[in-house]
Design a binder for this molecule. Structure first.
Ligand SMILES: NC(=O)c1ccc[n+]([C@@H]2O[C@H](COP(=O)([O-])OP(=O)(O)OC[C@H]3O[C@@H](n4cnc5c(N)ncnc54)[C@H](O)[C@@H]3O)[C@@H](O)[C@H]2O)c1
Ligand SMILES: O=C(O)C[C@H](O)C(=O)O
Length: 334
């Protein structure tokens, strides 16, 4: 009986993500929690003819506790989205407290659940969840994930557009590593399953890289004050959750990039830190998933000189973002 929980389920991401989870045959129970509207969203979804039993909860009467009881996987899209002119870091003031409180609930009620963090800024909110779990003595680095799948989805789409054939998109795979904001998003286009056209200019490569790094801004601008990516994020979140669920069921060899604590695989994490030349505690890298979460952190593979430069440019901002998250919960550590 696999139980999935969405925290922030009535929001722009939460609703379509809950819809997609309701259609996933591996989900047998789906609990929706939000500070508003979750019971209504749950009743609506409950009429869909798929196996998952859906329930919705609000904060009163121990709603969070009831939603989380027995959870196997918890996805968190709770929090405020960007408006034009804002960076993801501008969301920290509000979202840090939201994520801390929800993480406290998970650490108390469902400490063994897989936690998938969507709320921005991911580079800081994941360390917040980890520090909360450490404080409760229930931290398992293999089970806490920052969802960076939207960057991978964008990279596949944009490369397919350049190749002039969107039908290729499902098979185009580009590793995207680092973190989830601006220059910390590092697409490794030299490792794309589908090569860019012969003679693709360096200036075009830089423009494509920039588009992947700032794809979120493209949506924020187009929505013109009405928020950020919701539908593409719901798709990406359901993709990643689907992989975690398949791994949980015992399927082997599933690999997906995710922003994780590098203690999840001590050997792979140390090797990655060596490659980076920096003892970062967190990084988004391709990880192999298993029934207990992260099995193996893969290295970066062969990088072009341009990609080496992108990684070097990402490291200082990543380090600052991580410190911001850690010190929000554990100021004495820094
Ligand atoms: N990781 C990514 O790639 C990615 C992509 C897109 C958006 N995001 C982030 O996801 C978050 C949500 O975006 P959105 O567009 O769905 O926003 P939204 O405002 O539409 O929805 C957020 C939901 O969270 C709920 N919420 C607020 N505080 C809560 C709490 N304490 N407990 C439970 N629910 C609470 C709100 O009521 C709302 O329903 C934002 O922080 C956004 O930046 C991340
Ligand atoms: O850009 C944002 O603020 C939302 C999200 O992180 C995205 O990449 O679309």
């Amino acid at each position: 009986m696999t139980k999935a929980v969405v925290l922030g389920a009535a929001g722009g991401i939460g609703q379509p993500l809950s819809l997609l989870l309701k259609t996933n045959p591996l989900v047998k129970e789906l609990s929706l929690y939000d500070i508003v509207h979750a019971p209504g969203v749950a009743v609506d979804l409950s009429h869909i003819a798929t196996p998952a039993k859906v329930e919705g909860f609000l904060p009163p009467n121990d709603g969070l506790k009831k939603a989380l009881t027995g959870a196997d996987i918890v996805v968190i899209p709770a929090g405020v989205p960007r408006k034009p002119g804002m960076t993801r870091d501008d969301l920290f003031k509000i979202n840090a407290g939201i994520v801390r409180d929800l993480a406290t609930g998970i650490a108390t009620v469902a400490p063994k659940a897989f936690v998938l963090v969507i709320s921005n800024p991911v580079n800081s909110t994941v360390p917040i969840v980890v520090e909360v779990f450490k404080k409760h003595g229930v931290f398992d680095p293999r089970r806490i994930f920052g969802v960076t799948t939207l960057d991978v989805v964008r990279a596949s789409t944009f490369v397919s557009e350049i190749l002039g054939d969107l039908s290729l998109t499902p098979s185009v795979s580009v590793p995207v590593v680092g973190g989830h904001s601006g220059v910390t998003i590092v697409p490794l286009l030299s490792q794309s399953t589908h090569s860019l056209p012969a003679g693709f200019a360096q200036s075009s490569l830089e423009a494509l890289t920039n588009r992947i790094q700032f794809g979120g801004d493209e949506v924020v601008k187009a929505k013109d004050g009405a928020g950020s990516a919701t539908l593409s994020m719901a798709y990406a979140g359901a993709e990643f959750a689907g992989k975690v669920l398949r791994a949980l069921k015992g399927e082997k060899g599933i690999v997906a990039p995710s922003f994780i604590n590098l203690a999840a695989d001590k050997t792979g994490g140390a090797a990655l830190q060596k490659e980076l030349g920096k003892d970062l505690e967190y990084f988004s890298a391709p990880v192999e998933l298993g029934p207990e979460g992260v099995v193996k952190i893969n290295g970066l593979g062969k990088l072009s000189d341009y990609e080496k430069g992108l990684i070097a440019a990402a490291l200082p901002e990543l380090e600052t973002n991580i410190d911001t998250g850690v010190s929000f919960i554990s100021p004495a550590k820094l």
